[in-house]
Design a protein around this ligand. Sequence first.
Ligand SMILES: *Cc1c(COP(=O)(O)O)cnc(C)c1O
Length: 400
Amino acid sequence: MAGSELIGKEEAKEVMDILETGVFMRYGFDEERKGVFKVREFEKAFADYLGIGYTLGVTSGSAALKVALTAMDVGPGDEVIAPAFDFIATYEAILEVGAIPVMGDIDDSLNLDPDDIESKITPYTKCVIPVHMCGAAARIDTIIEVARKHNLLVLEDNAQASGGSYHGKKLGTFGDMGILSFDYYKTMTTGEGGMVITNSADLYNRSDWYHDHGHDHNPAVGRGDEGRSFLGFNFRMNEFQGAVGLAQLRKLDYIIAEQRKNKAAIKNALGEVSGIGFRKLFDPEGDTATFLGFNLPDEETTRRFQKLLSDKGVGTIYYKENTWHYAPRWEHLIARATANSKQFPFTNPLYKGNVEYRVEDIPHSEAIMSRTLFMIIPVKMAEETMNKTIEAIQEAAKEL
Ligand SMILES: *Cc1c(COP(=O)(O)O)cnc(C)c1O
């Protein structure tokens, strides 16, 4: 649960600044706001933290994906490759812009496998979305190489690993664009919220315009007189989100450091279980440690171990059967049931491809997910809780 565990007086203080001026919107009201610009300040602080040129706060991580895909002109007729192990929002965002999601296989990091991308490329592929699932990096350097070779755009979905890095460089900053999520479950939270990040002035401008009805945010004129180049929508972050985000960002490195400690202790105990293996981390130093992924030799043993742990009060997640994080479990996707009765964009005549969602095309996902369990790593873990967890693991191991 991470950042949500640490809501305190720091967040309250930032929010009070807004309640005092009464200006809840990020734009306009220059007189009334008395110099308070929380979203702007949050964006600036995050750009500095990540070492990236441009950051744009938006209403959610899902919105951030839609804004970024729109900025990159991904749309009708295009295919976008995303991992089979993913949160559903990535696939939904692709469909929201009128493009078609294609399932990519995962490697032992449980993230998009760069070696599988080529087999999923068609004449319609325009973009790849690597997702840094459960706090740890995909092989993003190799993914970028493959994408460049085939002239594909890269949008990094870093909703689940804010503050994480890959060989010293912050996640989200490798691709043409990246996104972050600050929903209530994520590493840091603004209740709901997200961010679009990029080093491209052009992609930033297009995101900025699109996310606010086309407004060009020309500082020389009033809001009503601003120019526009195209139509947009409203995905504006509000000042409350910016305020909470500022306080949470200051805690981000602490959150990660505490999680790492707790994860190391639990991993140590699990390491004693016979036959156990761990999720492959290509850069353990950059892991945000929000989750601990581990596996057993086969599905039967995995399920038995999960049951033994659960009987002793330790919860784990078996994502292969989780209905929100494994594409073959999304019956509405398989049925191409969009909210639109005409099943757009699957039925769009501009789409010339022939996408299929078949488990045969993601053999490694099927194999590894069937024997993988995840444990959520909290920021705060009392010594007693930690000891109980370790004891439960040891007891379960004996009975396995
Ligand atoms: C949470 C999440 C999102 C969406 O973020 P929201 O802020 O909840 O809309 C997108 N992608 C992944 C991988 C996520 O985990």
